[in-house]
Design a protein around this ligand. Structure first.
Ligand SMILES: [Mg+2]
Length: 282
């Protein structure tokens, strides 16, 4: 199936509006990484994944599974889940409200369709995904498992234990991605704790590693296609997805400062002026 690139771009614009409106509405949340990963989520949920938004099951037998490891970028995930049919877009207005299913960090006991594991404690999602991927192999289910991680998150030791395990056990039905924006909550990743030669590191750990521009949807779709073609060959696949934190809102780009800060009323208006309403605001 060929993706209609223009339609995907229109969805991206609406998702960016949803993100800034949700975070503004709650007066808290994480707009920076959410905005940077819009193309990835839209590509995944509107083109790549084999999934059933209208009949969600925790097990996801014969479906591709996605695990968000850097759970703080929940606004982009919730928007894309709603826009792709997992639940009503009206529910986005409840983000971070008391008793909402849309918690600041995704959880499972509220029963939000699309979410299969709680996340937000960084470094855990890769281990979870490996378990799910091995489970699929045991079940004879040849669907794939996808994960997303922050680059700052890779400073967690558990990531490297999981990376070592996935290669040693030939978990080749797994496609992981890193939001390689070079920024984290306290500053530039290089200054907080440099990741060094990240591509070289994953390759040394036994992964097939790709790199692409995660804010160029055409390039990203090609990269995701290539990643899929590399599954089943005895190695897990890693995509280093170069993005810009705050992509799409000029004053949020080029800095780590909007990692976890909500725009005020005036800043919201300035952001919305830059983002076309394409599918209708919630
Ligand atoms: Mg980052």
């Amino acid at each position: 199936m060929m993706a209609d690139i223009n339609e995907l771009k229109r969805i991206c614009s609406q998702v960016r509006r949803d993100i800034v409106r949700m975070v503004h509405g709650a007066a808290s949340g994480h707009p920076g990484g959410s905005l940077g990963c819009v193309e990835y989520f839209v590509a995944l949920y509107f083109h790549v994944l084999k999934h059933n938004p209208n009949a969600f099951s925790m097990e996801g037998k014969n479906e591709d599974l996605f695990f968000l490891s850097n759970g703080h970028i929940s606004p982009v995930w919730y928007s894309v889940l709603a826009r792709s049919g997992y639940f009503s877009v009206d529910e986005l207005a409840t983000f971070r409200k008391l008793n909402s299913r849309l918690q600041g960090h995704p959880t499972t006991h509220e029963g939000l369709p699309g979410v299969r594991v709680a996340s937000g404690s960084l470094g855990q999602g890769l281990s979870v995904a490996i378990g799910a991927a091995l489970g699929k192999k045991l079940d004879g289910d040849n669907s794939l498992v996808y994960t997303l991680h922050g680059d700052g998150e890779l400073q967690e030791g558990q990531i490297w234990e999981a990376a070592m395990y996935a290669a040693a056990h030939k978990v080749d039905n797994l496609i992981s991605a890193v939001d390689y924006n070079g920024r984290q909550i306290d500053g530039d990743v290089d200054q907080v704790l440099s990741l060094g030669d990240l591509k070289g590191k994953f390759e040394a750990f036994g992964w097939t590693t790709l790199k692409c521009n995660g804010n160029n949807i055409e390039e990203l779709l090609k990269c995701l296609d290539e990643a899929k073609s590399l599954t089943g060959k005895g190695k897990p696949v890693m995509i280093l997805m170069v993005t810009e934190m705050g992509q799409g809102v000029d004053y949020m780009m080029g800095t780590h400062k909007w990692h976890g800060v909500a725009p005020n009323d005036e800043q919201l208006e300035k952001a919305l002026d830059q983002l076309e309403e394409t599918l209708g605001d919630y």
